[in-house]
Design a protein around this ligand. Structure first.
Ligand code: CP
Ligand code: NVA
Length: 304
């Protein structure tokens, strides 16, 4: 049966750890100039309805590094722009290509595409989840610290990336403190799904200082995600006390890592000195998108 990655919920704990270790191996192979060619003869289609730098380029690069071909499409290039049903698109594309990577607004659109496509579908970000990001973040944390006895502090919007952190915490069992302003907490369904998983250790608080105290990792993201631009002014006010800056870092352990999925809005959710400072690992984190997505494609459609 084909597998999809629409959210981290689609993976078991063992599969997450296996993917991370596969990514570590592929990273070493790429560094040695000798990556596996397991996507030779495979074609991966990328449909991006929202903009992207990292996700698009790292997916395309991963496909090429493993010997496959990538095909990039925007909504404008396709009949999506003229409202062709995704169910029809799925049943056409799966006759041409071996996997579909999609970034769009509605998560239900990606679910619909996956339910009709006979090839694996990978969520490259929806309004609800960003699973590939958090898998790469886990690899980054494993490289710098450990995934055992981990506490992650999320500071800011209870958004798509926060939702994927909640899913990851529920699967792996690490502690996750989310500091979100009232009205911007994570979605109730996401929290209650996590609450019924045995291992979950998730706390939502309005207090960023409480969230970061004792944290190994401090993570933030933009206050207005793609599609929320018209709400940016209201959000800037609501999130004023949720900036990751030197004062907040002073409330956390001195060696806490700072992560940000990027792109960052310096001076809003994070200050320039923190983003560029010694605790920040954001560029290693961005690099790991490549290795984790290569591992994902190798697992889903590679010829191993
Ligand atoms: N972090 C991330 O997904 O970046 P892009 O929007 O540039 O793909
Ligand atoms: N929450 C952000 C993440 C960007 C990678 C957004 O959805 O725009």
């Amino acid at each position: 049966m084909k597998r999809d990655l629409l959210s981290i919920r689609d993976l078991s704990r063992v599969e997450i750890l296996e993917l991370i270790s596969r990514a570590e191996t592929i990273k070493r192979e790429i560094a040695a100039g000798n990556p596996r060619r397991s996507l030779s003869g495979r074609i991966v289609g990328l449909i991006f309805v929202k903009p992207s730098t990292r996700t698009r380029v790292s997916f395309e690069a991963a496909v090429y590094r493993l010997g496959g071909q990538a095909m990039f499409m925007t909504a404008q290039d396709t009949q999506i722009s003229r409202h062709e049903p995704l169910a029809d698109m799925a049943r056409v594309l799966d006759r041409y290509i071996d996997a579909i990577v999609i970034r769009t607004f509605g998560h239900q659109d990606v679910e619909e595409l996956a339910s009709y496509a006979s090839v694996p579908v990978i969520n490259a970000l929806t309004d609800r989840f960003h699973p590939c990001q958090v898998l790469a973040d886990l690899l980054t944390i494993k490289e710098k610290r450990s995934l055992d006895k981990l506490t992650v502090a999320w500071v800011g919007d209870g958004n798509n990336v926060a939702h994927s952190w909640i899913n990851a915490s529920a699967r792996l069992g690490f502690r996750l403190n989310l500091a979100c302003p009232p009205g911007f907490q994570p979605d109730e369904e996401v929290l209650s799904w996590a609450a019924v998983q045995r291992q979950s250790a998730i706390r939502v608080t309005p207090d960023p200082v409480e969230a970061v105290s004792g944290a190994d990792v401090i993570y933030t993201d933009v206050w207005a995600s793609m599609g929320q631009e018209s709400d940016a002014d209201r959000r800037r006010k609501a999130f004023r006390n949720y900036q990751v800056n030197a004062d907040l870092l002073a409330a956390a352990p001195r060696d806490a890592l700072v992560l940000h999925c990027l792109p960052a809005h310096r001076g809003e959710e994070i200050t320039d000195d923190v983003l560029e400072g010694p605790q920040s690992v954001v560029f290693d984190q961005a690099e790991n998108r490549l290795h984790v997505q290569a591992a994902l494609l190798d697992w889903l459609i590679g010829d191993a």
